[in-house]
Ligand binder design. Structure first.
Ligand code: BES
Ligand code: ZN
Ligand code: ZN
Length: 536
């Protein structure tokens, strides 16, 4: 079967451009974001710009608002057919304050809403099937700076066009229904920032959509070998070199942990691969390593996942790899001034005659022996060798790894918040700030010494789970395990996004992969470069 992601890479997104004008005066089909604060409780318009727009419509807008009892609630829409054009009021709920004080340390709620506006606008555009549509940019008072606003908005617009399915009828439809142009109507003083933001937002959104597509691909369609080809295609115009190892090489290099997980894959298609992507650019700002868990399906191994719901979505277990690949391209394409090396261990975790067993003892790349007390804790094993290899051979100044690592992260933070931890408080703070900038919720777990003893092995240096209390603090245990493999690198961040990588609840985002963490990783690397954080 043809891999759908290739179509998504070829997708022709509409051109997004910007025009400086009072949106009220621009005579075209237009999406206008509105907030609850734009209306009183009797559905009368309160805001001056909307009153002006209404006057131009001979009161048809106000009439329609009253008739439909439209109050600007989030995710509602009102389409008003005027003689010469259509006005689509897009409800955005409460107008965001862009102030953090409302929720301590919370993701900037304003930016999340801006992205939502972009996503919902695209959905409307797609439905209406126009050649051209404008979005009248209004509201969102007190937003911090215009560039991030337009990055977020455009990133949202691009995300909103994402569709993933293998339905015959959708395959035959042409992309984008013939739509050619989206025009953002902005105020004169915003135009420069808008133009810059749009370019970054388009590039980021496309990378995010790639990461979503590979996560949405079923494991019978996307497996290590053809995933590698897809990665090469995705990165073909970006300044980097790609090295690929097969299973034999993994074994020969003494990656005993990765090999243990990978050797159980029987059949030619699913043979493991280790991918290393190196940016061509050298930089005085040093080098960052991005490492992503790439389990194309996690059965659990002989510690089989027995809860139906927990195994059902395990195609998403390569989400970490998807995020770091997408972030790598986004960073290469903005010509970021730091060297990047990205490492991805790719394998299924299966049950077979040759699969590893609970109780097996293996030796990791850095020489530490590991007793595998649970074959379902496979992510940390493949990451351990990738981290050790990269740390020893590439000497990165910074390391960030991304994964869908523990169900404990679900339990701690629920479905919408990712977890992270790290070895340098300055990097941790920078990462937390980056997640707020990017409109994604990440919270820090303590990399606490208290639980370090729990992963001491009985007959080996380490065990891959805390056998005393598997159920408690599992995300911390996994982090402590990975820390054993980062070598001399002082600036390590580990992120766990088991839940938010995929929308499990029905929201406007739909039930699909979300590309969660890509925007934060990109922003984090940008911030590292901006702040010139000490590398030591
Ligand atoms: N891939 C899973 C973690 C996961 C669970 C991701 C649910 C997304 C949704 C990981 O490999 C795993 O199975 N972890 C175990 C570890 C345990 C055996 C110590 C877990 O978290 O239950
Ligand atoms: Zn597992
Ligand atoms: Zn897993």
């Amino acid at each position: 079967m043809k891999i759908k992601t290739y179509d998504i890479l070829k997708y022709k997104y509409p051109e997004i451009s910007v025009l400086a004008l009072n949106f009220v005066n621009y005579p075209s089909d237009m999406i206008v974001p509105v907030f609850k604060s734009d209306f009183d409780k009797n559905y009368n318009i309160k805001s001056d710009d909307l009153i002006e727009l209404n006057e131009k419509s001979n009161n048809l807008i106000a009439h329609s608002i009253k008739l439909n009892k439209f109050d600007g609630s989030e995710e509602t829409q009102l389409i008003i057919l005027l003689p010469d054009r259509e006005i689509i009021l897009l409800g955005c709920g409460e107008e965001p304050s862009f102030e953090k004080k409302e929720y301590i340390n919370e993701v900037n709620p304003g930016f999340e809403k801006v992205r939502m506006l972009g996503i919902l606008s695209s959905r409307i555009i797609d439905k209406l099937c126009k050649k051209e549509i404008t979005i009248g940019i209004r509201g969102f008072k007190n937003r911090p700076s215009n560039i991030p606003f337009f990055i977020m908005l455009t990133d949202g617009i691009v995300r909103g066009f994402y569709k993933f399915n293998y339905k015959k009828q959708d395959d035959e439809k042409t992309n984008c229904n013939g739509l050619k142009r989206v025009i953002l109507v902005v105020q004169e003083e915003q135009i420069k920032h808008a133009e810059i933001g749009i370019q970054s937002g388009i590039s980021l959104g496309k990378c995010v959509n790639f990461s979503r597509a590979v996560v949405d691909e079923p494991s019978n369609i996307l497996y290590p070998q053809n995933y590698v080809e897809l990665i090469k295609e995705f990165l073909k115009d970006s300044p980097c070199d790609i090295e690929v190892w097969d299973l034999e090489r993994v074994k020969k290099e003494n990656m005993g942990c990765f090999y243990a997980v990978a050797k159980g894959n029987e059949g030619d298609k699913t043979e493991a691969r280790f991918v290393i992507i190196r940016s061509k650019k050298k930089s005085k700002n040093g080098k960052i390593a991005l490492v992503g868990k790439g389990i194309t399906f996690d059965t659990g191994g002989y510690n089989l996942k027995t809860v139906p719901n927990s195994i059902a979505k395990m195609k998403k277990d390569m989400g970490g790899s998807a995020s770091v690949i997408a972030a790598t391209k986004a960073l290469l394409d903005i010509d970021i001034d730091i060297e990047i090396v990205t490492a991805i261990p790719l394998t299924e975790s299966s049950i077979s005659r040759s699969a590893y067993h609970p109780g097996d003892v293996v030796t990791a790349y850095n020489g530490k022996s590991v007793e595998i007390l649970n074959t379902d804790a496979e992510g940390r094993l493949v990451l351990a060798d990738a981290l050790a290899y990269i740390s020893e051979n590439e000497n990165p100044d910074y390391i960030l790894d991304a994964s869908t690592l523990t169900s404990s992260c679900f339990i701690a933070f629920g479905l919408k918040i990712g977890g992270f931890m790290g070895t340098n408080p300055e990097c941790n703070e920078l990462f937390a700030q980056s997640s707020r900038d990017a409109g994604e919720s990440f919270w820090e777990f303590p990399l606490s010494k208290k639980y370090r003893d729990g992963i001491n092995g009985k007959i080996s240096d380490l065990s891959n789970i805390n056998s005393d209390f598997v159920k408690y603090g599992g995300t911390i245990t996994a982090g402590l395990f990975l820390r054993e493999f980062i070598g001399n690198c002082k600036n390590w961040i580990h992120i766990d996004m088991s839940a938010p990588i995929y929308a499990l609840t029905k929201t406007y985002l739909g039930e699909t992969a979300l590309g969660f963490s890509v925007a934060t990783i990109v922003r984090y690397v940008e911030r590292l470069v901006e702040t010139k954080l000490s590398k030591e």
